[in-house]
Design a protein around this ligand. Structure first.
Ligand SMILES: O=P(O)(O)OC[C@H](O)CO
Ligand SMILES: [Mg+2]
Length: 278
């Protein structure tokens, strides 16, 4: 009986249901998290109530809307190779989502190269490589469709990123039309963002700038890829859908309210948002 009920709930759960049942083959950690989460959400009548009546959505940018995290990884690998060291995802997890100088300090300290390379010099060195890479940024799968859908349905949407203005302009060069659908965009060098993620500053600033803001954070849904970003959104009291890189350790998934392997899997109706029309 328990087995039948659990299977039934798995079929209802949007984290398992969309696209194909290949989703069932995801990592054990993520599956257990989703099973716990979705089982708690399903009620005895077999319908799946929405977690919260979401009215507004905030998107992270790097690694969530734009496939830019790979550029940071590549540059960091190149620099570390000079010191006969390798860059790995445990270090990546501690850096991603943060403001540039905060991530740079983590990089030189965690790798033990701070005596040879300061955080400031690391930023200067990687800048030239990044400046050439960022204009080639591609969208992540599902980003365009989701943004256009929410905008068309009148759901106010915003971006909250750790990226500063100069990098934002380079990364979005080819995506101006899509980003123009945002009600507003809060950047990492905004005066109201005193501290980067996992501080809630950037998400609280984004919530204040919606019409009628500040809003009840429980009515806001955040999309994030980074552990620090998920924590920042939770610290702001908001709901979070995490779309992590598959190489990120699944121990980072537990803080999010829902974990998806791609934006293509997102089911807006689950959160009380207007559903896709096929
Ligand atoms: O993930 P974001 O958009 O907050 O950006 C943060 C850094 O620029 C990259 O990790
Ligand atoms: Mg990100």
């Amino acid at each position: 009986m328990l087995g039948i009920r659990v299977s039934f709930e798995l079929c209802l759960c949007p984290a398992f249901r969309p696209r194909s049942f290949n989703n069932l083959t995801r990592t054990l950690g993520r599956d257990l998290h989703n099973l716990k989460y979705c089982s708690a959400m399903a009620n005895s009548s077999g319908t799946l109530p929405v977690k919260a009546p979401i009215t507004h959505v905030i998107f992270d940018m790097d690694g969530l809307l734009l496939d830019t995290e790979k550029f940071y990884t590549e540059v960091q690998e190149i620099i570390l190779a000079r010191y006969n060291k390798t860059f790995d995802w445990s270090l990546k997890a501690k850096m991603m989502g943060k403001k540039a100088i905060e991530a740079a300090k983590v990089f030189v300290e965690e790798t033990g190269i701070s005596d040879s390379l300061s955080a400031e010099d690391f930023l200067v060195e990687k800048e030239e490589m990044l400046r050439n890479m960022f204009p080639t940024s591609d969208l992540m799968p599902g980003a365009s469709g989701l943004i256009k859908h929410l905008h068309a349905k009148g759901i106010p949407i915003a971006v909250a990123t750790g990226s500063h203005r100069r990098h934002f302009e380079l990364k979005t060069q080819r995506h101006g039309e899509l980003f123009s659908l945002m009600h507003h965009i809060v950047l990492g060098d905004d005066p109201e963002v005193k501290q980067g993620k996992p501080s809630p500053d950037v998400f609280l600033a984004a919530a204040r700038r919606f019409q009628g803001g500040p809003l009840d954070p429980q009515k806001i849904l955040v999309f994030e890829d980074a552990p620090s970003g998920v924590l920042a959104a939770k610290n702001a009291g908001m709901n979070v859908v995490m779309v992590p890189d598959p190489r990120l350790d699944s121990s980072y998934h537990g803080t999010a309210d829902q974990v998806l392997s791609s934006l293509l899997e997102f089911n807006p109706g689950y959160w009380g948002l207007p559903s896709f029309e096929n």
